[in-house]
Design a protein around this ligand. Structure first.
Ligand code: PLP
Length: 377
């Protein structure tokens, strides 16, 4: 049955029972104490995950609404540069084209390191706002937030970083890394339902907020309403999802942020060990500062298979993994390991993928299940 399929995607991810039941209830007033308390709980936990002293603002919209809020409130009418090495870097650029006075793409092949030299010259040429995707989900590469933050600050530019699939699953230090605007999506590492984005904003970014942001994504209006007691949003929010996100945040608080991040690192190591044991190539090309993602692993589909057959075979075991997006379709498969995923779920996914790889005729060098079990055990 479709609804019993295990989703090992880079979002949405399976939600703990507590999260699911938190939203199955009677409506509440979104301008009252119960809602305000839920929002306050979310903000308390997200601050820790974002690594910021600022209160993240919650928008009723998917991760892309957070990207658009960031670009429109801080880049509108300004010269922007967009670091691109995958689909979501491209999306930031597409949004930039709608708002910036000039949107400059700084492109690398998907899954290859960003061109930071070109970024430096763009900043020397007067770029005021830079966007980067921290964890480029489409390619399974983790881009260097800290290094790019330092470069932007040196040139006094605002730095917008998409943490949609890293915040809550990997180290993220918005304040220490000079990230002015950071974004997370609810259905990724937070293991909540899809439909909310949270955006944190630094003081220096607030000093530069544009005059006429889009009406629904007017971040100063979100800030003003969040400062009320009880906390509010400017317009009617997706209340059931707020309540579910609050429960997801309480679960994260119980686990502890450091434990959660170590768990994600361990899961990623287990999947990467399996890929190495299979003798299958990882997709991204890393260097000293670009790393493999700790929340999604992207590896190459063996030469004589394709996306449909490969993922279809894994799905026979009741497990959904992701394929490649756009031109990477048929070239790569991606295993999401974010949120509340457990060791048994991960091992089952690796077993089903290993079976599939063997069936393609690819000569597997070693047992991926054994390699992963060594890491998880
Ligand atoms: N940014 C990254 C890195 C993503 O992985 C995604 C979705 O996969 C998004 C942004 C867009 O998020 P949403 O689909 O929630 O709008």
């Amino acid at each position: 049955m479709e609804d019993e399929t295990l989703l090992m995607l880079p979002g949405p991810v399976p939600m703990p029972e507590r999260v699911r039941s938190a939203m199955a209830r009677q409506a509440i007033n979104h301008r009252g104490a119960e809602f305000g308390n839920a929002y306050a709980d979310i903000v308390r936990v997200l601050k820790g995950l974002f690594g910021t002293k600022n209160n993240p603002l919650v928008i009723s919209g998917s991760g892309t609404s957070g990207m658009e809020a960031a670009v429109s409130n801080f880049g509108k009418g300004r010269k922007m540069a967009h670091l691109i090495n995958g689909k979501f870097g491209e999306r930031m650029y597409t949004i930039g084209q709608r708002y910036a006075s000039e949107a400059l793409p700084i492109e690398s092949e998907w899954g290859t390191p960003l061109n930071l030299e070109k970024l430096t010259s763009a900043l020397e040429d007067g770029v005021e706002v830079v966007t980067m995707v921290h964890n480029e989900t489409s390619a399974g590469i983790l881009n260097p937030g800290e290094e790019v933050g330092k470069i932007c600050r040196k040139h006094d530019a605002l730095f917008i970083m998409d943490g949609v699939t890293s915040i809550g699953g990997d180290v993220f230090k918005a304040d220490d890394w000079f990230v002015d605007v950071a974004i997370v999506g609810s259905q990724k590492c937070l293991a909540a339902p899809a439909g909310l984005a949270a955006v944190s904003v630094s003081d220096r970014a607030w000093d530069r907020v544009v005059k006429n942001p889009p009406y629904y994504l007017d971040l100063p209006a979100y800030k003003k309403n969040a400062a009320k007691d009880p906390m509010e949003t400017p317009y009617t929010p997706a209340v059931p999802i707020f309540l579910a996100l609050r429960e997801a945040c309480l679960i994260i608080e119980e686990e502890g942020i450091e434990n959660r991040i170590s768990r994600h690192h361990k899961m990623a190591k287990a999947v990467r060990s399996a890929v190495a044991a299979w003798g299958v190539d990882m997709f991204p090309k890393t260097d000293a500062i670009h790393q493999y993602s700790n929340t999604v692993t992207a590896a190459c589909i063996p030469a004589n298979s394709n996306d449909k057959d490969f993922r279809g075979s894994v799905k026979k075991f009741g497990i959904q993994i992701a394929g490649g997006q756009d031109h990477l379709k048929d070239k790569i498969f991606r295993i999401g390991h974010m949120g509340a995923v457990s060791a048994p779920e991960l091992l089952a996914t690796i077993a089903a993928t290993e079976y599939t790889i063997r069936k393609t005729g690819h000569k597997v060098t070693d047992s991926g299940v054994m390699a992963a079990a060594e890491v998880l055990g």
